[in-house]
Design a protein around this ligand. Structure first.
Ligand SMILES: Cc1cc2nc3c(=O)[nH]c(=O)nc-3n(C[C@H](O)[C@H](O)[C@H](O)COP(=O)(O)O)c2cc1C
Ligand SMILES: CC(C)CC(=O)C(=O)O
Length: 356
């Protein structure tokens, strides 16, 4: 309910072009819709009388401990949503004990984002998401910025060899950020001064060699985001990834891929617990988080809900949405007889309406 209300408030408050940028997806937005709908196909099969008096929903992730298994997925340009932008998101995530993934496309530089998080909670963990840049020295410069900011892990997004064709942005002619709003982490790096949506170059020529080169530049753990095929999950583990994020970029890249949730079981099986597997796309309630965990995720990422909350109520809204997700998840865990996240196992997920 909170999320629906915040979404509606955001829709009314935002410039419709900026609203569409966040709400939209690629192509006919089939994957965008499928991501949420996929959760409706699953039901939880609770266990009872398990003596789970005390619950612990905390989760250990690379370089970070979350109070609950929900992380803030990397999303671009938070200052389109609210003047405080990523600073507000960072303070809220830190206060709620949620790992924040800030990114190359943030409108507040990573150093300031991490400082805001630490101000709100000294031990707060911030990860940094980047696209591998066609010029290795730019990737390396971004890595240095994240390290200097005190980020505790990197997330490299690999589902974007080319820009997604965001139907609404094409229709709206949305190509440039408003004055005063730019991808701050790209500032003073080779390339044009930031200010356009496409300031972060993408390249289909990138390969696992570039991933290896990235690993060679840092001692931070590196997660790979945007994996759907189990063979790629295996490759990621073999190449030294510290974690996998099963994601189709919130339906914003290829409009013919499966729902992210539908790719999770095979990836989790391939990875077999060697590194944590995260899932994002369509997660909207605590029950969705529980289903993702039961299907093999260590944590679930949320993208748009955080942006709606930020647009509607700034830092307080983001806190509200993260707190509600955590409480709703905790409540669901209790109703399933669980004491900790690992108590949600594969046998506890069945098809909804599966016996009909
Ligand atoms: C407005 C917007 C901007 C995004 N920007 C990025 C980005 O810069 N880097 C990235 O890896 N993913 C980006 N994503 C994808 C999210 O990290 C995540 O995969 C997706 O939003 C999850 O789906 P959900 O919005 O249904 O929760 C973006 C998503 C949205 C909606
Ligand atoms: C390419 C980015 C700047 C943002 C992004 O990933 C997105 O809008 O989906």
């Amino acid at each position: 309910m909170t999320l629906r209300a915040l979404h509606e408030t955001a829709r009314r408050a935002l410039d419709p072009v900026h609203y569409d940028y966040v709400a939209g997806g690629a192509g006919e937005e089939r994957v965008l819709a499928d991501n949420e709908r996929a959760f409706d196909r699953y039901a939880l099969l609770p266990r009872v009388l398990r003596g789970s008096a005390r619950r612990d929903t905390s989760v250990d992730l690379p370089g970070a401990r979350g109070a609950g298994p929900v992380v803030v997925a990397p999303t671009a340009f938070h200052r389109l949503m609210h003047p405080d932008g990523e600073r507000a998101t960072a303070r809220a995530a830190a206060a709620e004990g949620a790992v924040l993934v800030t990114g190359a496309a943030a409108t507040v530089a990573v150093g300031e984002v991490a400082a805001a998080a630490r101000e709100a909670a000294p031990g707060a963990a911030v990860w940094f998401q980047l696209y591998p840049h066609p010029r290795h020295e730019v990737t390396e410069a971004l890595v240095r910025r994240a390290e200097e900011a005190g980020c505790t892990a990197l997330v490299v997004t690999v589902d974007s060899p080319v820009f997604g064709r965001h139907t609404r942005d094409l229709r709206n002619g949305f190509t440039d950020l408003p004055p005063g709003c730019a991808a701050e982490n790209m500032r003073d790096l080779p390339g044009a001064p930031p200010g356009a949506l496409t300031d972060i170059p993408m390249s289909p020529a990138l390969s696992w060699r570039d991933f290896d080169a990235l690993l060679g530049t840092t001692s931070l753990p590196v997660l790979v985001k945007g994996v759907l095929h189990p063979a790629d999950a295996l490759l990621a583990v073999e190449h030294g990834a510290a974690g996998i994020v099963v994601s189709n970029h919130g339906g914003r890249q290829c409009d013919t891929v499966p729902a992210a949730l539908d790719c999770l079981p095979a990836v989790a099986e391939a990875v077999a617990g060697r590194v944590p597997v995260l899932l994002d796309g369509g997660v909207r309630r605590g029950g969705d988080v529980a289903v993702a965990l039961a299907l093999g995720a260590a944590a679930a990422g949320v993208g748009r809900p955080v942006l709606w909350a930020l647009a509607a109520e700034g830092e307080a809204g983001v806190r509200r949405v993260l707190a509600e997700l955590r409480d709703d998840y905790d409540h669901t865990l209790a109703l399933c007889g669980g004491a900790r996240n690992a108590d949600l196992t594969r046998d506890m997920v069945v098809p909804r309406g599966g016996t009909r």
